[in-house]
Design a protein around this ligand. Structure first.
Ligand SMILES: C[S@@+](CC[C@H](N)C(=O)[O-])C[C@H]1O[C@@H](n2cnc3c(N)ncnc32)[C@H](O)[C@@H]1O
Length: 432
């Protein structure tokens, strides 16, 4: 397919997303099934274009003064891909399979309109109803914070210290252009191109033998801040597919007891293979069976309970721009209830002097500081350990990290703009 034909395909996919109200992944899949001639390079390129249109959905419509799929694509090419109107016109020439030529109005909009007067939800590309929440989180910085949350994310890896050292893996994955991440002492980063092509990390020997895992640097740091130590009894209460569990296991160096569970057994399914590939031998996966509590034998004995809480996922918008536009106000209320429930559950598991680490991949204050304030209101025997006491796990970068993140009385918040990671909130509580 020519670059121009890929633009036409992008318009078709965006039309399908709009008219059928289906997720982008489904629309792309359906387009691929109906156009079997398209090769993998075409599909990756079209996928990259579609996701970039979603990233810049509101701002692209604003600069074009029109929100049709075509206008949003044209606006995105300017805002996200840095193309000027001549470059865009050379692709949209009305030729076979190419989009129709630019109208005078489109040319003028591309040449003259900007985001200078745009309100924050347009400049930051987020649903207007979330403005009040993002204002509470970031105040006048909300457009800039949200714009960073709309950018493409890199692919981050965590080196599994049970099997390898970062310097060595850095050398063996040089052909993928890996660099060390700035904050996590375990992190490696691969910058991804606009065409959404996956570098195929799962087929690399280092991945197959368990030396690396895919994990955003923010997620690595959140787990590291828990301070899990060899010999401790650690419970990962919302283990899901095990991203944090694997980091905890590496921190524990094979010593102590690590229990991973989740309310939803389907979420836990991938964890078994991941633990085995990572060479973890001290973890027990407790899969829920019916209504029985899989942790009923544990009473106030854990040194550490980690809660990677169910949340709105606003901190991961850069990986999933589609989800941002599909989010509904009711979703926040459901998550707030789940979070309070799981925090209360942790109380009975942790021993006096032990830690509860509460993590969300959300930037909304209600899910973060607000949730912790309410928790301490219900459980006055818990108090927050200040981030300055726990961030030393980042070694030489500790002071810079604390200067970069948002620190509150309840914990710390990483954001794409401040730390180049996904948005993660971390609060570390101790039981007196
Ligand atoms: C953010 S995800 C976990 C991601 C995972 N820890 C990782 O790093 O890959 C949140 C998880 O919490 C689980 N969950 C929701 N409510 C829960 C509850 N009340 N108790 C335990 N797990 C719960 C969900 O099933 C989901 O798997």
């Amino acid at each position: 397919m020519t670059p121009a034909a890929r633009l036409s395909a992008t318009i078709e996919v965006i039309e399908a997303i709009d008219s059928q109200r289906i997720p982008a992944a489904k629309a792309l899949k359906e387009w691929g099934t109906a156009h079997r001639f398209a090769g993998s390079g075409d599909r990756a390129a079209i996928s990259g274009l579609v996701y970039d249109v979603l990233r810049r959905q509101a701002s692209s419509a604003w600069i074009m003064d029109d929100d049709t799929p075509r206008s949003r694509l044209l606006g995105m090419l300017k805002l996200e891909r840095g193309m000027n109107s001549d470059a865009i016109a050379s692709l949209c020439d009305g030729g076979r399979f190419a989009p129709e030529p630019l109208t005078d109005g489109e040319r003028q909009a591309l040449a003259s309109r900007s985001l200078l007067d745009a309100p924050p939800h347009i400049a930051g590309d987020y649903p207007q109803w979330l403005d009040v929440y993002l204002d509470e989180a970031f105040g006048d910085d909300r457009a800039a914070e949200a714009a960073a949350m709309a950018c493409r994310a890199p692919l981050d890896l965590r080196v599994n210290t049970l099997k390898a050292k970062r310097d060595k893996v850095l050398g063996s994955l040089q052909h993928l252009g890996v660099t060390a991440t700035p904050w996590s002492p375990l992190g490696l980063r691969i910058m991804l191109g606009a065409d959404a092509r996956n570098p195929g990390i799962q087929a690399e020997e280092e991945f197959i033998k368990g030396a690396v895992e895919v994990q955003d640097e923010g997620s690595q740091i959140a787990a590291l801040l828990s301070g899990a130590r060899p010999g401790e009894q650690v419970i990962d209460l919302c283990a899901g597919a095990g991203g944090k569990t694997l980091t905890l296991a590496a921190m524990m160096q094979g010593r102590g007891r690590l229990i991973a569970t989740d309310r939803d057994k389907r979420q836990l399914a991938p964890i078994h293979e991941r633990l085995s590939r990572a060479g973890v031998h001290n973890a027990e996966v407790r899969t829920p069976k019916g209504e029985d509590d899989p942790l009923s034998d544990i009473r106030a004995s854990a040194d550490l309970v980690l809660i990677d809480a169910p949340c709105t996922g606003t901190g991961t918008w850069r990986r999933n721009p589609d989800a941002k536009w599909r989010m509904r106000p009711g979703a926040l209320d459901i998550r707030l209830k789940d979070q309070a429930e799981v925090l209360d559950r942790a109380c009975a598991l942790v021993k006096p002097g032990g830690r509860v680490v509460y993590i969300t991949c959300s930037v909304l204050p209600q899910e973060n500081s607000g949730q912790i304030r309410k928790f301490i209101g219900r459980h006055p025997d818990f108090s927050v350990i200040p981030p300055s006491q726990t961030a030393s796990v980042l070694w030489a970068r500790t002071d810079d990290f604390l200067a970069a993140v948002y620190v509150s009385d309840e914990g710390l918040l990483m954001t794409p703009r401040r730390t180049g990671t996904d948005g993660f909130f971390v609060s570390i509580l101790t039981k007196r």
